[in-house]
Write a new protein. Sequence first.
Lengths: 219, 645, 357
Amino acid sequence: MEAAAVPIGHGHGHAHGHDAPGHDHHGHEHHGPPPANKSSRVDAPMLGMLLFIISEVMVFGAFFTAYFFIRIVQGQEWPAEGDHLPKLIAGINTLILVSSSFTLHWAEVSIKENNRRGLQAGIASTFLLGATFLFIQINEYVNIGFAPQDHAQGTIFYGLTGLHGAHVLIGLLALLTVTIRAFRGHFSAHDHRGIEIPGIYWHFVDVMWIVVYLTVYII
Amino acid sequence: MAAKLRAPGLLRAGVLTLVGIAFAAILDLTVRAATNAEPLVNGEAITLVALLAAPFFFLGGLGAFDEWLYWASGKPSRPEDHSGHGATSWKDYFRVNTDHKVIGVQYVVTSFFFMLVGGLLAMLVRAELAAPGAQFVDPNTYNGLFSVHASLMIFLFIIPVFAGMANYVLPLMIGAPDMAFPRLNALSFWMLPIAGVMMTLSFFAPGGSFATGWTAYAPLSTEVPMGQMFFTIGVQFAGASSIATALNFLVTIITMRAPGMSFWRMPLLVWANFATSLLVVIATPFVAASQLFVLLDYALGFNFFNVERGGDVLMYQHVFWFYSHPAVYIMMLPGFGIISEVLAVKSRKPIFGYRMMAFSLLAIVLLGFTVWAHHMFVSGMQPWIRVPMMITTAIIAVPTGIKIFSWLATIWRGVLHLDTPMLWSLGFITMFVLGGISGVMLAIIPIDIHVSDTYFVVAHIHYVLYGGSVFTIFAGIYYWFPKMTGRMFDERLGKVHFWMTFVSFNLTFAPMHLIGVQGMPRRVADYTEQFAGWNMFISLASFLLGLSTLVFVYNVVASWRGGTRAEANPWRAMTLEWQVSSPPPIFNFDAVPTVVGGPYEYGVPGAVHGVFRPAGQPDPHAKEPAGASARADAAGATHHGGTET
Amino acid sequence: MGSEQVKTSRESRIELFKMLGIGAVASVIGIIAGLAIDWFPIQASEEAKQIDSLWDLLLGVSVPVFVLVQAIVLYCVWKFRVRPGEEDKDGPPIHGDTKIEMIWTAIPAIILLVLCVYAYLVLEDIEGAKADTMDVRVVGEQFTWTFYYPGEDGKEIASKELYLPVNRSISFDVQTKDVLHDFWVPAFRMKIDAVPGTTQHVRATPTREGTYPVVCAELCGLGHAVMRQNARVVSGAAFETWLKEQPGKTNPGATAGNQGSAGQPAGLSGKELFTSVQPTCSSCHTLADAGSNSSTGPNLDDALEGKSEEYIRQGILEPDQQIAAGFSAGIMPPNYDETLKPEEVDALVKYLAKVTK
Ligand code: HEA
Ligand code: HEA
Ligand code: CUA
Ligand SMILES: [Cu+2]
């Protein structure tokens, strides 16, 4: 949604290949707004995404609060008696997700060098890696042997991993969009904000997973 | 017809809402059939899914996502052509409009509508409480009345009305042509009516509306009838709306200030909304999560709050208050900003201690995150948390005191114009101090042990929220009414409104302090004979308070339609929004002004805040309304960076 | 500007002192008025004394703060309001004064910290352990309280009324069977939430004999408003006698009918029972003959019209067997079979059958 930046600044318009000048002349009674002054070096959509990520971190914070209360304050056994968390498979899954951050980075670097093939390969593999992660995660749910209804530990486990899974899904939708556009010839060495901004989100989803993995599976 | 259906608008939105409900039903039936659930058709489950899904269909139908879907599908992007800007007829207020001024009006009118609904519910509450025993509602309906009353007032009135006023004036004040993300702005607005309608319609849910107070404490909220979900899900939409708006304000303030508008030259209203938006972005996700927990427990049988399976009940309160205490400052700080604007202009003096005013806002933001457990002194949480929280809570009175005293110093030796906006501002100072002091009493743990969950708290709530927030809202609405509508309001009626409200407000809520301390618990439909006299008195006064609101409604409607035309700057104010015509031109400015001084330099000879000439040639006499001048758009033709990413 | 400022600041000072004078007088009047108000319910515990005097101290601090602000606002309105001919005038461009700003930051901070320290001491005092404490277990459920006393050989003694010996420190262990409740005796000033899955503690030392309400102060559902019972503070000797009369509670089912409606003098008429058993039927039901008009439960005048005694008996003893239309299960207390003696149930059934014919 951050892509909705409308007039952000003068100098900006030229960073976008598709932003043909002159589109905004509609006769006289309807002229456009004056260009806004750019009072900060930060890019508006970028700042918007960062703030959005702050509030996302807080959503995770609330779920970690729940985790804290169940596991530390209540002192419940973790995981619940008789349950078993597949640390190894989840670990491999972690590697898959983390590697998708690198492929994404590769895609970004490529387009900055105007390497469209690199962009396409990078973004498509990022998407596939993300989808694989989600698939393995769902598979884990099916085989893990306990349900959120069973006990509070299960609730927290599914709550945190599920919340993260939902973010992966949103990230995948964003990546899908970027992939489509990458294959349709959008983006260029000068115009790659449309990758960078979903990209930050994807990196955030990755980092968040590492935190979830460490707290839920490892410690 | 078909073309009309395809075009974004209310018609398409209505049709798609029905599609959304059908979608929910089919989805639910499919899942239930696949999992062999009994019975196959479960009305509650379908309603629940529909509550979640239909709003998105509605928004889609309205056209809130059109541009983004267009973009996402990889079509060449459609640059914003500004055709969505401005309003030429009332119909333009019923579509997805990206003009911050239109959105501002949409926000304000919608939130006042829900204020009237919430107020009407309060009238029913008072009618029921007029005498002990049952008057005309059963206890379940009663609990629903005050729950919906408080939820509407908080989530659909105070929070959005501030966002609406700021939406209108903030970009003007900082010299920006619009908000940073106009489409997101429109989406934020349209999520509000969804939340409001959902909460109001909960009365028609099977088993009645949500009835667990606006705090919706678990485990009660996970065990009651369906109506509770109208709150749980409604709050998600209201919360998403506030987060999106706050993000928009922050980005606008940081990246779109006019040249010369340094942080220390921003009007305090801008500072106040900056501080509030920080609170919203950081705190609101917690209320969303707390209600998500309830939803999961309620609908899917999760165990967040189920103690039999290891859940933790107090966790709900910690997560809820970690949002809802900051929320009370979300409901107060923008009001502080409004009061600073009005007092400086109406006393013809600079704000006393401008920098401390800004710092104290930030101090309140910081401290606001460290006091949540003062709502939990008797909740049975770990006892050691209480004393630290008592101290931080008491300390919060210090930055608030700085603001009160600075305002007093501002009016001291000024030239006070005691018109309607000023009366509300002075009324605010007196009433808010009373509410703040009862807050400090509540913070003192031994006192709170006795008065927690009594009418003393109800009195505190209304002194800070009505005498505080609502008084500032009235001050702001009267102050900017000429700017927003281009008309002057009826000053005489404005004063009648103020005095009627001021008197009946005190008659209504002051006695609640007493009956609370004497032992009347809150949230009860029935009480002992002992409190009958005062309650009758309070109820009668409250009806007068309700009437006083109707004076306001009449004044606004009549003046909007037939008031005298307002000049650009009837108050002789210096801030930028008053330097353009009333109402402002469609794109605010022909060219962005340059700021050369502080916003409140009243009494300083020759002082200017902003100049409306190209930068580099400051002209101290350039105070004539810019919108009226230079319509020939000498500057307007060469630029236009309408960019779409 | 220099000399002008000197003059204005002296004038300003005189005005300020004048106003502080008015403020001081008004504060004294305000404090006296505040203390004259009869704020609290009867003071019936050690803790209440301390809390009440803390309250008086708070009034002594708050009233001057409030009066000061009012005095300044009113003085400004009176003295500085725009006069004819001044419409276009501006005030003096005073931007601030660091010294004053420091004063009004420091003074409230000091006042508040002192208050917090004092409050902390009071808190330690009222919550501190005391010698010779008696434990009472308090169990909340929708919508009634049950009180359990330690009896001989580990058996607990249950009661629907809270009997307490005067001048003895009591430690309440507060629990709940379902949702949150809050155990509050306004006359003692002490309250605590009953939290599912935990036992909460609160102390009080009753100092005055008499009957005081026990109130549920946390929203717990439909019957929250009527979750009111009585605390009877009696002399130590009377308490011992009362306790001896109570049968021990080993197994609620086995002793059903024997205990419970403790404290009810035997032989009450059906009508008297209707308004006196705890919680009272009249707190939830409308019944013309008993003069009650509550609507938490069905209107018995209509609901029981022409119904058999058996039907009524089942309605009382097993309320969740058959749910009256428009109401939900789990509201009417399910334990009248435990808390009422069989004679009492009979009396109630007969009475209800008669008056609803
Ligand atoms: C606009 C909303 C608003 C605001 C601004 C405040 C401000 C404050 N509130 Fe309030 N509060 C609510 C809305 C608000 N509150 C609501 C809605 C509830 C009930 C929620 C529910 O349960 O439903 C509540 C409940 C509530 C409680 C819990 C009571 C209970 O449930 O048991 C407490 C306890 O500490 C408290 C304290 C305070 C304090 C210390 C302040 C301070 O910020 C006030 C500071 C201001 C001043 C003190 C006045 C000016 C200062 C001076 C003039 C300086 C000198 C002053 C002194 C030396 C005293 N509030
Ligand atoms: C901003 C917030 C706000 C505002 C403005 C109000 C306004 C009012 N409130 Fe409310 N109130 C709360 C926030 C607010 N309240 C909160 C947070 C609670 C706690 C809830 C809880 O426990 O969970 C509460 C609880 C609360 C209670 C306690 C209920 C209980 O504990 O059992 C009472 C009781 O008297 C009450 C009364 C009133 C009254 C008389 C008004 C009056 O000011 C209202 C004035 C009337 C109007 C503004 C309406 C006038 C209009 C008409 C009469 C015509 C309408 C026409 C159409 C709609 C077409 N409120
Ligand atoms: Cu039990 Cu309220
Ligand atoms: Cu608070």
